[in-house]
Every structure is written in structure tokens, then in C-alpha cells.
Design a binder for this molecule. Structure first.
Ligand SMILES: *[C@@H]1O[C@H](CO)[C@@H](O)[C@H](O)[C@H]1NC(C)=O
Length: 284
């Protein structure tokens, strides 16, 4: 079967067959996305298999998926800005539009050479975020490509790095916690200047003498899970329909024990009135 834009929708109807179809279309990824800002700062190479974004004094750049979907899994291999990346932020996230938007974020906060990036995650539902968890990566994210994934299902959201789950946000609407499950989202990715807060809370500014700053992207894959969400997707390592398997749970504990540097769920100073309800039971 030809790999066309229709594959995305045909796949939804065919259910499980979709995974392999979408996989076979992943090389055509950049046909499914568009550079949306930054002009020449966004570039596509290798017949559409590699994309770079850059940032200079005048502007950053970004791209987004042409399609939106309600539940899905997105994967992207990213090689972050190397050298002195302080003040820069690279993003890879899902978002809906409008004032009460939903959003599921990966943000990579740069640093001076040799000091660690921060891998920042957040979940917005109906316009409200404030659910940050941050990690130091266990590798140098600027030397090689690493895979970052968001699994968004009606039951939960899972953040993964190189297929290792690092965070689970469970649907706890029963406890009154809003969960993003009504608004379709698009994938967005960008590189921009945020030296007012990104590095050591804004203390370290972008060194423009090192510009342009460049990050690289490849192997984007969007798997629509809207109809097949009850069937186990073949590509979901460690992910079961109700959450993680035992091995996946071990890995989340490993990542959180050794690499988590901030968790809103333990920030009592920030929530003097009491921690948000979703923080009470789950350790994640
Ligand atoms: C940058 O390095 C400093 C010093 O090691 C560290 O405190 C900080 O968390 C690192 N990351 C960012 C994004 O500020």
C-alpha cells in the first residue's frame, strides 16, 4: 500500500494494522509537518528525514504537525544544541488551541558547556498547568539523538526517554482532577530564547557570540490511538492499557529516584493549602 497522507486515517479504521503502516510512513514525516516560524532558521535535509531548527539574536524557529488527533503516541529523536546552550529552550509537545487549552510538554532547558540540561515536563488541562516535574538526563543529550515520546491515552499520559518511562500522569477525573481528553492536539516543536528563566532560573544569559544555536530532529512518528486505545499497541514497550507493567513501574522509580530534581507533588511551600489531589495517592 502506498504511503500517503490518508494512511493516518485509513490506519485508524484498520486498528492494529495502523501501527505498522504508520511506522512505514515515518520516513515521510516531514511531509506531515510544516515549518511555521523562523523562516530560513528551519531546514529540512536528507530527502525529508532530518530537520534542524536554529536560534539567533533575531528569532527562534519552529514546526508543527499538519494533523491533530485526540489520543495518540508521538515519538521524536532529538539532538539538542551543543556547547554553550545556556538560555535556550528546545520544545517538543502536544497542544490544543484556545483559552482553555490542553498541553503535554517536554522542554529542554540549555546550560553552559559541561553543565546539565534540564528535562522539564508539564501537563495542562483546560488551561491550567502547574504540574511540573524536572529531571537531569542520564546522558549528554547533545552528542547523539535520543528518543522522546509522549503516550496520550484516555487512562493516562506517559513520558518516555529512550523508551524508559519517566513520568505517568493518571486520569483521576473521579477525584475531580481535570484530564485532557476532550480537545484534539497537534505536535509542536521549537527552539527559542528564554534566558529570563531557563538556565539557573535566569541567572545565566544566552551568549549571542555563540549563535546560531541549532538542534536536530528525526524519526518523528505519530500513532493515532483514538480508536485503538483499548487494544494494546505493539510499539508501547512497558505500557499496558491500564498503565505500566511491573518493569515499567520499576523504571519510573529508577528515573525518579536518581534523576528527578523537581516534583510539584512534593513542593509543600508552593501549595500551603495542601498538595493537588492527584499527588496524594500516586508516588509518581
Ligand atoms: C545548569 O547547571 C547548574 C550548575 O550545575 C545546575 O544547577 C542547573 O540545574 C543546570 N541546568 C539548568 C537548565 O539550569
Amino acid at each position: 500500500m502506498a504511503c500517503t497522507d490518508k494512511g493516518f486515517y485509513v490506519g485508524m479504521v484498520l486498528g492494529i494494522v495502523m501501527s505498522s503502516m504508520v511506522a512505514s510512513c515515518s520516513a515521510y514525516f516531514f511531509k506531515d509537518t510544516e515549518l511555521t516560524w523562523g523562516g530560513e532558521r528551519g531546514k529540512i535535509f536528507n530527502g525529508g528525514q532530518l530537520l534542524s531548527l536554529s536560534l539567533d539574536k533575531f528569532s527562534g524557529s519552529g514546526f508543527q504537525s499538519k494533523k491533530e488527533f485526540l489520543f495518540g503516541r508521538i515519538d521524536m529523536d532529538i539532538k539538542l544544541v551543543s556547547g554553550n546552550s545556556a538560555g535556550t529552550v528546545t520544545t517538543f509537545y502536544l497542544s490544543s488551541q484556545g483559552p482553555n487549552h490542553d498541553e503535554i510538554d517536554f522542554e529542554f532547558l540549555g546550560n553552559v558547556s559541561g553543565d546539565p540540561y534540564i528535562l522539564h515536563t508539564n501537563v495542562f488541562s483546560q488551561g491550567k498547568g502547574n504540574r511540573e516535574q524536572q529531571f537531569y538526563p542520564w546522558f549528554d543529550p547533545t552528542v547523539n539523538f535520543h528518543r522522546y515520546s509522549i503516550v496520550w491515552k484516555p487512562q493516562h499520559i506517559i513520558f518516555m526517554v529512550d523508551d524508559i518511562p519517566i513520568r505517568v500522569f493518571t486520569n483521576e477525573e473521579a477525584k475531580g482532577v481535570p484530564f485532557p481528553n476532550k480537545q484534539a492536539m497537534r505536535m509542536y516543536s521549537s527552539l527559542w530564547n528564554a534566558d529570563d528563566w531557563a538556565t539557573r532560573g535566569g541567572l545565566v544569559k544566552t551568549d549571542w557570540s555563540k549563535a546560531p544555536f541549532t538542534a536536530y530532529f528525526r524519526n518523528f512518528k505519530a500513532t493515532d490511538l483514538s480508536l485503538s486505545s483499548s487494544s494494546k499497541s505493539l510499539s508501547d514497550s512497558h505500557v499496558e492499557s491500564n498503565g505500566l507493567d511491573a518493569n515499567g513501574r520499576r523504571r519510573v522509580r529508577w528515573a525518579q529516584k536518581h534523576f528527578m530534581i523537581y516534583n510539584y507533588c512534593t513542593d509543600l511551600k508552593r501549595f500551603p493549602q495542601g498538595l493537588p489531589p492527584e499527588c496524594k495517592r500516586s508516588r509518581f
